[in-house]
Design a protein around this ligand. Structure first.
Ligand code: GLC
Ligand code: CA
Length: 568
């Protein structure tokens, strides 16, 4: 099979199914809803869809806890409806990639149910079971095998009386880690991949894929580490490359598909180990978090003021670091982060900052992903109480903060800054009841409250307005797809030290694209760099209604952005 690298021309739209569109009127997003919105998705000019998990799941982590890898969550539809979505997408020129979550499964997966039932069964070695340091149940003084932290829920171990052993869970208790060292587990991963590829899907987004190989002996971490103890023993673990190469060789290389691996902690240099386009290539691209840490330290829960230079530095290091060797993925929102306008932009200049942020990444080298609602400028919601959250990781963070003695008011402030709920409020389709998210007769309550600003911020409203963020996204995506230089050109940054402007060019032989984005509410002058003659420039995009030029440059109004093309 010839792999064509079609993904280099692709633009993806990410759907988090529970909150995208409810077709059958029970208040939960589903595939019938997606079917009804395929034309809308195609109207954005995107060429693919990434589905966050659609599989049967108890939803402890909203599908990132899979109970059956070969089926569709009945709340969302059936395999038949999925087939219809797939065909409908393909008819519209949209490829479809699935989320593949194989670092862990749900504890309600048949494999785990059997695995936990005894030390001696067909699945006994499919998960990471260890004896406690001190034997026995925790209530009898038994202690866990090591001192690792779960990233989602307390310690990383849970005791199972039937085996008198503990299982490892890097995420929530209901997400036991699979034992990838077991060849039978790897064979099963191959089977899952083939199942979906044979059904017609075009690839995978591989969840926390850098965590799948754990250091032998699972050694204790430094007890003084304040959080995420153990991570250095499983992130980029000893066999990760061997296993990913196996999947590539045995399955992925036989299909013209694409893969993007999620890598919570990775630099551009490290990414080359996974996606350098040489004979040992494992994945086609990685999702980095580096540029998503420009207003926080390590996680969204340790805040700092937005630092544009950190954002530019992170993006730039991937542009130049991967250059001709590997391909980038590009994103500024997904289901794990608060809304970007509320973070890096300005709710006061919502539309302007939304446009500027769009330009800050859509014209870089790589495959862009747009998250549902990002294209209409959805913003963070407001939680009154911790109980308003639906997110297991938020509860964990709050428990941690309370243990540290943080007062409740301060806790709530952090929740409102960092919780993943912001990205998971229902999609705002129109100003009607339930924001047009609820199907059927529209009477059901949405599973999670709609952001009250849906009355003003919604697709129907934006569709009517030629200056809306939605209209801008459509133009920007079309421009990106039209100009070969955006795919192939080299990357050059200007005004690196600026704390208000992000300016870069994509340079090819016959075309050069200059992108200037203000991420400040101050008026700032930008003078064109040497070799860029304003009289030769044609304006492709501007975040404001007009684009006056003064001298050898122009003034950018609050959060203004412009894109100029230079030809010849
Ligand atoms: C990834 C997913 C996130 C999930 C976690 C555990 O980071 O994006 O939503 O909670 O993995 O599966
Ligand atoms: Ca539904």
């Amino acid at each position: 099979m010839q792999r064509t690298q079609w993904y280099k021309d692709a633009v993806f739209y990410q759907i988090w199914p529970r909150s995208f569109c409810d077709g059958n009127g029970d208040g939960i997003g589903d595939l019938w809803g997606v079917l009804s919105k395929l034309d809308y998705i195609a109207s954005l000019g995107v060429t693919g869809i990434w589905f966050s998990p659609l599989y049967p799941s108890p939803q402890a982590d909203f599908g990132y806890d899979i109970a059956d890898y070969y089926d569709i969550n009945p709340e969302y539809g059936t395999l038949d409806v999925f087939k219809q979505v797939l065909d409908g997408a393909h008819e519209r020129g949209l490829r479809v990639i699935m989320d593949l979550v194989v670092n862990h499964s749900s504890d309600e997966c048949a494999w785990f149910k059997e695995s936990r039932s005894s030390r001696d069964n067909a699945y006994a070695d499919w998960y990471i079971w260890r004896d406690g340091k001190t034997p026995g149940a925790p209530e009898d003084g038994g202690t866990p095998p090591n001192n690792w932290d779960s990233l989602f829920e307390g310690i990383a171990w849970e005791y199972e009386p039937a085996r008198d052993q503990w299982y490892l869970h890097i995420f929530a208790k209901k997400q036991p880690d699979l034992n990838m060292d077991n060849p039978a587990v790897r064979a099963e991963v191959e089977k899952i991949m083939r199942f979906w590829l044979d059904l017609g899907v075009d690839g995978f987004r591989e969840d926390v894929i850098t965590y799948i190989s754990k250091t032998e002996g699972l050694p204790d971490d430094n007890p003084l580490m304040p959080a995420a103890r153990g991570m250095r023993f499983y992130d980029h673990g000893p066999h990760v490359h061997e296993y990913l190469q196996q999947f590539r060789r045995n399955v992925l290389s036989e299909y013209d598909c694409m893969t993007v691996g999620e890598a919570p902690m990775i630099s551009a240099e490290k990414a080359l180990e996974y996606c350098d386009e040489g004979p040992d290539q494992e994945l086609d691209m990685m999702f980095t978090f580096e540029h998503m840490s420009a207003d926080c330290v390590f996680t969204d829960w340790i805040p700092r003021p937005f630092d544009l230079r950190a954002y530019k530095q992170a993006l730039g290091s991937w542009q130049t670091g991967l250059a001709e060797h590997a391909w980038n993925s590009l994103y500024i929102e997904n289901h794990d982060h608060p809304r970007i306008i509320s973070r890096y932009g300005s709710e006061r200049y919502r539309v302007e900052s939304g446009k500027s942020l769009a330009c800050s990444y859509l014209f870089l080298r790589g495959t862009p992903f747009v998250y549902q609602g990002q294209e209409i400028g959805m913003t963070n919601t407001h939680l009154e109480r911790v109980e308003d959250s639906a997110d297991v990781s938020t509860f964990n963070q709050v428990a941690r903060l309370r243990r540290l003695g943080l007062p409740e008011v301060a806790c709530m402030k952090l929740v409102n800054r960092a919780t993943r709920d912001h990205a998971r409020t229902p999609m705002q389709w129109d100003a009607g009841p339930g924001a047009g998210f609820v199907g059927g007769n529209g009477a059901a309550e949405p599973w999670y409250p709609v952001n009250p600003n849906y009355v003003d911020i919604n697709v129907a409203e934006a569709d009517k307005d030629p200056h809306s963020l939605l209209a801008f996204y459509r133009k920007a995506i079309a421009l990106r797809r039209k100009l070969p230089v955006v795919r192939d050109g080299s990357y050059r940054e200007f005004k690196r030290a600026s704390k208000s402007l992000f300016a870069y060019a994509r340079e090819g032989e016959s075309q050069r694209l200059l992108v200037v984005c203000s991420l400040s509410d101050q008026i700032t002058y930008f003078s064109l760099p040497e070799g860029y003659d304003p009289s030769q420039a044609s304006l492709c995009l501007c975040g404001y209604g007009d684009a006056p030029v003064e001298g050898n440059g122009f003034f950018l109004r609050p959060y203004e952005c412009r894109v100029y093309l230079f030809e010849g």
